[in-house]
Write a protein that binds this ligand. Sequence first.
Ligand code: MUC
Ligand code: MG
Length: 373
Amino acid sequence: MSPILIESIQAIVVDLPTIRPHKLAMHTMQQQTLVIIRVRCSDGIEGIGESTTIGGLAYGNESPESIKQNINSHLGPLLVGQDAANINAAMLRLDKAAKGNTFAKSGLESALLDAQGKRFGLPVSELLGGRVRDSLEVAWTLASGDTARDIEEAERMLDFRRHRIFKLKIGAGEVNADLKHVIAIKQALGERASVRVDVNQAWDESVALRACRILGDNGIDLIEQPISRINRGGQIRLNQRSPAPIMADESIESVEDAFSLAADGAASIFALKIAKNGGPRAVLRTAQIAEAAGIALYGGTMLEGAIGTLASAHAFVTLNKLTWGTELFGPLLLTEEIVAEPPVYRDFHLEVPRTPGLGLTLDEERLAFFSRT
Ligand code: MUC
Ligand code: MG
């Protein structure tokens, strides 16, 4: 039997409006930009993937434009003509020829998995070894920048039974004002919700030592990436001293980073992100390192749309324990979709489809409408 070949690869930049501005320490999002990947194969099957980041180059080393360019000029040509059904060989070929670029690789790996799933009539979770659950608890990020508005938003989410875990984005403001903001929200929600913070590297160790203590003493359950990813020594010390557990997010830019963080004892929770590891299979390697080291897991997001969100979800449902749940709410931050049937959120959870591949179909008209020309 002759192999099924990868015939063409296309990367499309799509700009979508958000329900409100989303304020992070390093950037305020006024919209979200997705990079959608289409991989067409010689058996007529098309796989779709997504390589999405936050705020151009504000968050990481790849921007939507660089992802598209690198797929067009480097990664795509390496894959065209290769066996579409051998994902190991395809991804090894990319890793051998191209350093880093985990966001671009993640979208490509997702698309190859989607195509393979459609080919064999299996959901991606089953290609990854099989799911151990059908849905994932999903946190919501409160990031309007306004305390009263955030409390109102959280109350609405609790009423709708959509979210009962809230992550607060802090670090852009003065630290005492940020602490006041977080404590006010925790006091308003009380035991009805888990409240966590994401500092996105904004503090230095001297600020973080005091702030983490105050947050822990005021019922905050988790502190995500309080200091720079570069300050490994500081992160180890914080992980030892903070009364609330420290989660590594930006410190993980590869599976190898995850190993060295575990070896150093620099975090007690890992945020798993397909984009920062190089795909749904790569992120499971980081999960396995964490499991072996006794580090708890959280299913993270780069605020992807439906495709990247479900590519993450298919990986996360294969995990034994996701102690801290997930934050796969990206599609809910968008006012528009480019897939025919958006992911289903119900009763605090995201449901992960059992249909072949990722379980999504592109809406061609909407995709064309929102695509950058
Ligand atoms: C991040 O740093 O975790 C995830 C949720 C959110 O609101 O922002 C992202 C990025
Ligand atoms: Mg984070």
